[in-house]
Design a protein around this ligand. Structure first.
Ligand SMILES: NC(=O)c1ccc[n+]([C@@H]2O[C@H](COP(=O)([O-])OP(=O)(O)OC[C@H]3O[C@@H](n4cnc5c(N)ncnc54)[C@H](OP(=O)(O)O)[C@@H]3O)[C@@H](O)[C@H]2O)c1
Length: 236
């Protein structure tokens, strides 16, 4: 029987690919994000294309103080026991240095670090009971920062440090690992086509990644029973 895996940010570009891949290998996915319409559509799409019953979903905005309680309360209500968590949530806001404000940092830190860390904390007993795993999508920019994204990169750095601390707190029953990604999709590519080329050639592999390549690394870390506190850099 497959494991029950909560996917946070399930409706995003990478979340959708991860949810489909996990459902296809007969894990039971539980989806969460902010927009109920996208969640409902994804649940129906997975049911249709994978041939499973429609995955349950929980609507929660991670900027809200009650987000973690909303998610855990709904899981309790539906009698869902979570074995593993995949963290694939959050925005990629451009915050030009001249315009950087406290709110930008508060927003990114809340969605990318505070809420995910508290969610893992809240579900840690369930994860431990299942010898579970957490895998988060991080960003290679935390060790090689790029311009105009101080708020985002700072938040991803906080997530990375927080998860490594959780790997120690939760060992040996729960493994906590991270994938530090190069670029899969660049929201600003349309405005500046040369930018894509410039950014892609910064990577020794000379190109952006694909969602399939991210899925491959995340599934490998979910299954890596002798790894915790690791950050696997791909695409940089
Ligand atoms: N794509 C890349 O090139 C790349 C590179 C490096 C790292 N990453 C990381 O990989 C992860 C996934 O990236 P992606 O490209 O798939 O992102 P994406 O397409 O922008 O999707 C983001 C997901 O997070 C959810 N989300 C955003 N704000 C939220 C909030 N306040 N509360 C709850 N959920 C929220 C979105 O749901 P709603 O639509 O409902 O808001 C969506 O499901 C992110 O952590 C990103 O930082 C991506």
């Amino acid at each position: 029987m497959g494991r029950t895996i909560l996917i946070v940010g399930a409706t995003g570009r990478l979340g959708v690919a991860l949810a489909n891949a996990l459902a296809a290998r007969k894990d039971n996915v539980v989806l969460t994000a902010r927009d109920p319409n996208k969640l409902e559509a994804l649940s129906a799409q997975i049911a249709k294309s994978v041939g499973v019953s429609a995955p349950p979903f929980v609507t929660a905005d991670l900027t809200r103080e009650d987000a973690v309680e909303t998610i855990t309360g709904e899981l309790r209500h539906e009698r869902l026991h979570i074995d593993d968590i995949v963290l694939a949530c959050g925005p990629f806001p451009r915050t030009p240095f001249d315009e950087l404000k406290r709110e930008h940092l508060q927003h990114t830190l809340t969605v990318h670090a505070i809420a995910p860390l508290l969610l893992v904390h809240a579900l840690s007993e369930q994860l431990a009971a299942s010898q579970g795993a957490v895998v988060a999508l991080g960003d290679a920019g935390i060790t090689r920062p790029y311009t105009n994204h101080v708020a985002y990169i700072t938040a991803k750095g906080a997530l990375s440090t927080g998860l490594r601390a959780l790997a120690v707190e939760l060992a040996p029953d729960v493994r906590v690992n991270m994938v530090a990604l190069g670029i899969v999709a660049d929201p600003e590519a349309d405005a500046d086509p040369l930018r894509t080329h410039r950014l892609a050639t910064r990577s020794p592999l000379g190109r952006f990644g694909t969602s399939e390549e991210v899925v491959h690394a995340v599934l490998a870390l979910l299954d890596a029973t002798w790894a915790t506190g690791e950050i696997w850099g791909i695409g940089r």
